[in-house]
Design a protein around this ligand. Structure first.
Ligand code: AP5
Ligand code: ZN
Length: 217
């Protein structure tokens, strides 16, 4: 099963991708995570992407298409993948079509997480992750069970993304509305789009996605 998760910043794409990895053994392919790793490692791609990401704008179509193409070739993607944060423009959607055709892969579903604009800023500015294992948390919705210690690995250091401030979230939302939302009709025309209420509790959103994957919706 190969799917695209679409939705504005903070809609819960990363959260839902992690739950699908847990329950369905699919692999999450997040261009945001890949770009952040490149920034951290100061690779040529990372050096180009850093300032663009911190401003909340989109990096070039070719850069993200190249990193996704490489990951689609890895063995684990053959068992089913979740595209999280890609495609984000009409051109990226076209490039994805070409890549999938080349690799004889196909898409099964495009799932859009719908969320109120007011909730986005709150979700994104409250988000933090474990510096060691990357587990995601939120100041109000998901705190570590033991104060200051990661539930998964026990580490006591956490970090926040430089683009998770109220001003940059608004730029990211504008980019989504202007460049990403317009790709939905492309998939709608093929009957592939399902919408899920992203305002529901995390596990409820997950169950709604599983129903779609199982063909019950
Ligand atoms: P990217 O990393 O893709 O960021 P994004 O799309 O802005 O999405 P987020 O990661 O902010 O949100 P999410 O939907 O994953 O939400 P999450 O699950 O964490 O991209 C970052 C940047 O990289 C871009 O701005 C761009 O510069 C560049 N980039 C990446 N891909 C690109 C591409 N293809 N082309 C060009 N540039 C690209 O949830 C958010 C918070 O809410 C968490 O704290 C979570 O715990 C909480 N939460 C989640 N679900 C719920 C729920 N149901 N109830 C309550 N809280 C919830
Ligand atoms: Zn951890």
């Amino acid at each position: 099963m190969n799917i695209i998760l679409l939705g504005p910043p903070g809609a819960g794409k990363g959260t839902q991708a992690a739950l699908l990895e847990r329950d369905r053994g699919m692999v999450q392919l997040s261009t945001g995570d890949m770009l952040r790793a490149a920034v951290k490692a100061e690779t040529p791609v990372g050096l180009k992407a850093k300032a663009v990401m911190e401003a909340g704008e989109l990096v070039s179509d070719q850069i993200v298409a190249d990193i996704i193409a490489e990951r689609l070739d890895a063995d684990d993607a053959r068992g089913g993948f979740i595209l999280d944060g890609f495609p984000r423009t009409q051109r990226q959607a076209e490039m994805l079509e070409e890549m999938l055709a080349d690799k004889r892969m196909q898409l099964d579903h495009v799932i859009e997480l719908e969320i109120d604009v007011e909730a986005l800023v709150d979700r994104v500015t409250g988000r933090f992750t474990c510096s060691n294992c990357g587990e995601g948390y939120h100041d109000r919705y998901k705190l570590p069970k033991v104060h200051g210690k990661c539930d998964v690995c026990g580490a006591d250091a956490f970090k926040r993304r430089p683009d998770d401030n109220a001003e940059t979230v608004r730029t990211r939302l504008d980019e989504y509305n202007q460049k990403t939302a317009p790709i939905l009709p492309f998939y709608e025309a093929r009957g592939m789009v399902s919408r899920v209420d992203g305002m529901a509790a995390m596990e409820d959103v997950h169950q709604a996605i599983l129903l779609i994957l199982d063909g019950a919706n």
